[in-house]
Design a protein around this ligand. Structure first.
Ligand SMILES: Cc1cc2nc3c(=O)[nH]c(=O)nc-3n(C[C@H](O)[C@H](O)[C@H](O)COP(=O)(O)OP(=O)(O)OC[C@H]3O[C@@H](n4cnc5c(N)ncnc54)[C@H](O)[C@@H]3O)c2cc1C
Length: 289
């Protein structure tokens, strides 16, 4: 049954400092809401637990994309539309442009923020595999100041994150040093739009280009829906590092992926399908190299 909105309280301070002060004064009382595309689904379904919401929507301190010389810094309040339309992200971080462009629908992308996607901490979310292979760094902010954290350390267990009470995700920094990497990203869902992934894989690989035969000098594979948190497939990566791409190394990598995957059965898919599809995506990536 739909929630009764009169039982909810929403405040919308006009600055980040004001939001942080309110969170500092009563860290357990207010839940941040950005685009609301996760929280409003819960409201519609009648199971939005927090009764007091504090809006981050359109705070200019959070909604920005900074194109620095060697990095791109994306404010947590940037929407997927902001990201997919950004020319430097498209050129230098194409996996992120692709992930942003297949999240939900256009209407959803106009509201949904990258910060909400990260903090909501769904193992099936679209941006985490790309953020993992790009080795993104998060800046977290509270009334006590800022701290940075590698994104790989943000998800602790299912839906549990390293955010402290009263702390917000401020921005995501990604170094742009992937010019000589091959890229791969693919999401498997029920249909092309409005579908949460059954499984998704993002990949970056660099091959030597001087010595023959070519072999892998760096490889990163990020996955959605293969574990309880978004994850890098380190054991799979290890089978490929310093190896040429051959039928034998592809077979070994497939076996490693199957071995290190721990997907679940749920309403969107089965563990068996997820593992098999992910192994096929991996093979598609490796053959493209
Ligand atoms: C129709 C529909 C289709 C969708 N399709 C997809 C899809 O294909 N792929 C996908 O990944 N997701 C999908 N989603 C989920 C959702 O749109 C995304 O996860 C989105 O990025 C959430 O962002 P938001 O700003 O709307 O988050 P909100 O709903 O505002 O917040 C989500 C969570 O993050 C917290 N939060 C938000 N910002 C911050 C911050 N800066 N600091 C600390 N905490 C914060 C909130 O407290 C809340 O717990 C879909 C949702 C809908 C309704």
């Amino acid at each position: 049954m739909r929630s009764n909105v009169t039982q909810y309280d929403l405040i919308a301070p006009t600055s980040l400092d004001a939001v942080l002060q309110i969170l500092a004064d009563s860290p357990d009382h207010y839940t941040p809401i950005a685009g609301g595309t996760e929280l409003m689904v819960a409201l519609g379904a009648g199971n939005l637990q927090p009764r007091k919401l504090i809006s981050l929507w359109n705070l200019e301190e959070l909604r920005f994309i900074e194109d620095a010389t060697d990095a791109i810094i994306i404010g947590a309040g940037a929407t997927f539309t902001d990201i997919r339309n950004h020319p430097t992200i498209a050129e230098r971080l194409p996996l992120l442009t692709q992930a942003a462009s297949w999240t939900g629908s256009i209407a959803n992308q106009n509201r949904a923020t990258i910060g909400g996607n990260i903090v909501n901490a769904s193992p099936a979310a679209d941006t985490p595999p790309a953020l993992l292979v790009y080795d993104a760094e998060l800046t977290l902010v509270s009334s006590h100041g800022e701290r940075t954290l590698p994104y790989r350390d943000f998800h602790l267990s299912y839906k549990k994150t390293a955010l402290a009470p009263g702390e917000l995700l401020h921005s995501i920094t990604i170094l742009c040093n992937f010019g000589n990497y091959k890229t791969y990203i693919r999401k498997v869902g029920t249909r092309n739009a409005q579908a949460i992934s059954k499984v998704a894989l993002a990949g970056l690989a660099r091959l030597n280009n001087t010595i023959m035969p070519k072999f892998v000098t760096d490889i990163r594979i990020g996955a959605a829906s293969l574990r309880e948190i978004p994850t890098r497939l380190h054991a799979t990566e290890q089978t490929l590092l310093h190896q040429p791409i051959t039928p034998e190394t592809i077979a070994a990598a497939r076996a490693a992926l199957i071995n290190e995957s721990k997907p679940i059965d749920d309403i969107r898919s089965t563990a068996k399908y997820r593992t098999a599809a992910a192994a096929n995506l991996l093979e598609e990536f490796l053959r493209s190299l």
